[in-house]
Design a protein around this ligand. Structure first.
Ligand code: ADP
Ligand code: MG
Length: 712
């Protein structure tokens, strides 16, 4: 079918799909049968035809139709990985990258990391020269462009989950459009779970003046759109009569009601993040245990990105990971309840779901360029998301969706579409990467969704203050290029560079690695006090390997120094998991810290940063941190007794987070690593500083702020 406004090819499938029963999962021959029953299988030849003939192919298909797991395999079978070429498939989320790669390796009967591999930040599970199908986050693809601007090793790049409009996806799309002009043989596939595809198609359509001439060349430049839609089963929608006061409690009661009253079938609950998911899981487990036998048989499984293997093993007290359980068939006589973030909305396919409970909320990033504060807040989802969530109930047979909001709210108040992340994020990392790729005119860059000028200007200002950009907004040499190359937030990268000059780079490597894991502590509900005590034992300014280990009498200088002490203790224990357990330290997180540190060390060496330890001179460490994070300086309000601080730059009220070792210590001057907002704005990962350093490390910046701001 020809699209009226020109040249878009639609190939709609009218066939419906019959989904496979998950009970056959796990046997190789059945895996192949399963593959052939997926809706995309019927479109295999059409997809290969379009990829051959069109530079860009857009594929729309509902979640579970086989886009992510099948299309890279079709391309592989179709010869796109011959002659040493690699097929790439990007995902916005790390957990999805790992999960999908291992599924595809299993389907192809190969070992993960050989023909099929994946790369996420600080974790490369590929073998150069062997890996033909590679899954990676779009953030990693952006980084790869710094070494190989035309991404020359890839024959096809599939940008998956494009409807999510994550910030990296949008930047990748903008850059791929540029690369395509230089590499006509490169093929792009953009896949999406919704018809959002249309706006992406118009983004990739060549402008009028380029059209016409050479319309018959292959590959054709206007994008092709193909739909691999299999009809899902109908999903009955139920709304609450009155708005609910507490969506968590409402979700738990709804699950219990379904369990008591409805026929067999698994339940998928959409909440927002680790906190409410863990809380709901605990409540459900308690309910299931305390009630009579009719409510037994619930298998409660949390699912969120930060879920580490250690936590999984702890929750299950076995070596089976949650991920295995989430994807494996439900045991006889049991009913799975998977409580998830919006990762299960489209990124991961779960079999056997018949009931969906939708809280109507998700965690979303919001950025205020004026105060330069970025928050993850619980916010209402869009109608498009609500429909996706409901759709998860109709995979195997007709299902039911329970919306914990009123119909009136859905119809009249819920926004139709979400706002692309690009328009609600801090753009510092994005701008520095574009600059490093030689894109100087950032404001004129061809974005799929234009970012706000205020956010753009703020990002340029911050990079200028870090000495990364010069007066002409070009990357400085060498600082700018070095900061861009270190795979960390620019402020932390700057601290890394400064540590080379201040003779404490070994320490900064450890700190950077520790900041890049979710948390180095084990949190156990109900053991908060013991955890706090454990933390304080490591908080002392310095630890001598002999007697007065972690004496709380020693002055506490902050969370970064604490990381160093934990790391030291961990090494001294011979990297013992027993030691970790005793000290409330997360063993798996520490292993990750070691790995990440090794990778950062290689980058540092490549950049010529002098590797040196300052031994016990924590002043050097704190000064290096200040050199990166001076914009996050705060001083305490002297006349209040509640630990209130003011940010130097904007005079905002902030407090030290209760998880910080400086909580209640309230030193005069600090810099923080990040802010979180709940009832108040809390600083996380805080270190004490001497205000004189601010002028020393950033004279331009603090002059900027006008006199007086440092001398209150
Ligand atoms: P899409 O990308 O279109 O949403 P996928 O390719 O992710 O679809 O999934 C296709 C099918 O593959 C699913 O319906 C499911 O049956 C199966 N599948 C995908 N991932 C897994 C997994 N980790 N374990 C078991 N089955 C899986
Ligand atoms: Mg997918």
């Amino acid at each position: 079918v020809e699209d009226e406004d020109g040249g878009v090819l639609f190939l709609y499938s009218s066939s419906s799909s019959s989904s496979s029963s998950s009970s056959t999962f796990g046997f190789a021959n059945n895996l192949q049968n399963q593959r052939q029953r997926l809706p995309v299988y019927k479109r295999k030849d059409a997809i290969l035809f379009l990829v051959e003939n069109y530079a860009t192919t857009i594929i729309v298909g509902e979640t579970g139709s086989g886009k992510t797991t099948q299309i890279p395999q079709y391309l592989n079978e179709g010869g796109w990985s011959d002659d040493g070429h690699v097929i790439a498939c990007t995902q916005p989320r790390r957990l999805a990258v790992q999960s999908v790669a291992s599924r595809v390796a299993e389907e192809m009967g190969v070992k993960l990391g050989e023909e099929v591999g994946y790369v996420i930040r600080f974790e490369d599970v590929t073998t150069p020269g062997v890996t033909r199908v590679k899954f990676l986050t779009d953030g990693v693809l952006l980084r790869e462009m710094m070494d190989d601007p035309l991404l020359s090793k890839y024959s096809v790049i599939m940008v998956d989950e494009a409807h999510e409009r994550s910030i990296s996806t949008d930047v990748v799309l903008g850059l791929l459009k540029k690369i395509q002009r230089r590499r006509p043989e490169l093929r792009l596939i953009i896949s999406s779970a919704t018809i959002e595809a249309k706006s992406i198609a118009s983004f990739f359509r060549p402008s009028k003046k380029h059209r016409g001439a050479g319309d018959d060349v292959v590959p054709k430049r206007e994008p092709a759109i193909i739909s691999a839609e299999g009809r899902g089963f109908t999903v009955g929608i139920n709304y609450v009569q009155e708005p609910v006061a507490d969506y968590l409690q409402a979700a738990v009661s709804t699950v219990m009601l379904i369990h008591k009253q409805q026929a067999a079938g698994d339940i998928l609950v959409f909440l927002t993040g680790q906190d409410d998911i863990d809380a709901a899981a605990q409540l459900l487990n308690e309910e299931a245990q305390s009630s009579d036998r009719s409510t037994g048989g619930l298998l409660v499984l949390p699912l969120y990105s930060g879920l580490s293997r250690a936590d999984q093993a702890r929750i299950l007290s076995s070596s089976v990971t949650l991920q295995d359980l989430v994807f494996s068939p439900t045991p006889r006589g049991k009913r799975k309840v998977i409580i998830s973030t919006n990762i299960a909305e489209t990124s991961l396919t779960l079999e056997g779901i018949v009931y969906v409970v939708d809280s109507g909320f998700s965690k979303q990033r919001f950025y205020d360029p004026i105060s330069d504060i970025e928050n993850l807040v619980v916010a209402p989802i869009s109608k498009a998301s609500a429909r996706q969530r409901a759709g998860r109930a109709g995979r195997v047979r007709p299902g039911k969706c329970y919306r914990l909001y009123t119909e009136e709210y859905f119809v009249n108040e819920m926004p139709a579409e979400g706002i692309p992340e690009m328009q609600r994020s801090n753009l510092v990392s994005c701008v520095i990467q574009l600059k490093a790729l030689g894109i100087d005119n950032i404001l004129g860059f061809d974005w799929p969704a234009s970012p706000s000028p205020e956010a753009m200007i703020r990002a340029l200002e911050i990079l200028y203050s870090l000495g990364v950009l010069d007066d002409d907004a070009k990357l400085t040499s060498p600082t700018g290029f070095q900061v861009a190359e270190i795979p960390l937030d620019p402020m932390l990268s700057k601290a890394m560079l400064a540590s080379g000059e201040l003779g404490c780079s070994e320490e900064m490597l450890t700190i950077a690695a520790a900041l890049s894991v979710q948390s180095i502590w084990i949190s156990i509900r109900g053991a908060q006090k013991q955890l706090d005590e454990a933390r304080l034992r490591f908080a002392a300014a310095e630890v001598s390997p002999s007697a007065p280990l972690y004496s709380p009498m020693l002055r506490t200088q902050g969370d970064h120094v604490t990381f160093l002490n934990v790391y030291k203790g961990f090494l001294q224990s011979g990297k013992s998991s027993k030691w970790c357990h005793k000290n409330f330290v997360n063993y798996h997180a520490m292993k990750k810290v070691l790995e990440t540190r090794e990778q950062l060390k290689r980058t540092a060496q490549r950049l010529g940063i002098i590797l040196k330890s300052c031994d016990k001179d924590m002043q050097a460490v704190r000064k290096a941190i200040t050199a990166g994070f001076f914009a996050n300086a705060c001083h305490i309000e002297p006349y209040t007794h509640e630990g209130k601080f003011k940010t130097v730059r904007t005079s905002e009220d902030v407090y030290i987070h209760p998880s910080s070792v400086l909580f209640r210590v309230n030193p005069k001057w600090v810099v923080y690593h990040s802010l979180v907002s709940t009832d108040r704005r809390y600083m996380r990962n805080v270190v004490t500083i001497d205000p004189a350093w601010l002028v020393e490390v950033a004279p331009h910046y603090y002059q900027y702020q006008g006199p007086g701001s440092l001398n209150r």
